[in-house]
Design a protein around this ligand. Structure first.
Ligand code: ZN
Length: 170
């Protein structure tokens, strides 16, 4: 992926650059925990991972991650609108911290939509071999949307189970 941290001027993070990020999602059961003595699983791993991997591989991978306040968005809207679907837009700078909260929210929207009694309660995003963020709180408590335009149907992309990575009308 690539990104830039728009609100940290005079920083090398202001210059668009890239990372090979790794995401670890930890899932827990929200149903009754006793195994049934026959199938002995809450859901097949393939079922749990299918939509999440599709979102990561087809939409997050090679995305450009920008703040909703970043002026580069105007460039893409005016000059490269065909690339807007590849731009992940976060409320404020696309730091590893906000990504962790947004990604947990997205996983849980997907799992809820599938009717699975499993939720993500901890997520880790490894940005570089020496920089990692772990998050285990409630995304709704930490994501600040004061300066973020309302998404489709009043929900932002991280709250919806679809494959979106921004809330542009595209
Ligand atoms: Zn970076």
């Amino acid at each position: 992926m690539s990104h830039r941290l728009f609100n940290i001027r005079n920083s090398r993070c202001f210059v668009p650059h890239g990372h090979n990020e790794y995401v670890k999602a930890y899932l827990v059961s929200t149903g009754h925990d006793q195994l049934d003595g026959a199938v002995n699983m809450m859901a097949p791993f393939a079922v749990l991972k299918k939509c999440w991997h599709q979102w990561i591989d087809d939409h997050v991978d090679h995305s450009l991650q920008l703040s909703s306040q970043d002026q580069m968005l105007d460039y893409f809207k005016n000059s490269e609108p065909e690339n807007l679907p590849h731009i992940m837009i976060t409320p404020g700078d696309p730091t590893t911290e906000v990504l962790a909260a947004c990604f947990m929210s997205k996983i849980n929207a997907i799992l809820f939509d599938q009717g699975l009694a499993v939720r993500c309660r901890k997520i880790e995003i490894i940005e570089t071999p020496t920089n990692m963020v772990s998050f285990s709180g409630d995304p709704a408590d930490v994501i600040c949307t004061d300066h973020y335009p309302t998404g489709k149907a009043g929900a932002a992309w991280w709250q919806r189970p679809d494959m979106s990575i921004n809330d542009l009308d595209i």
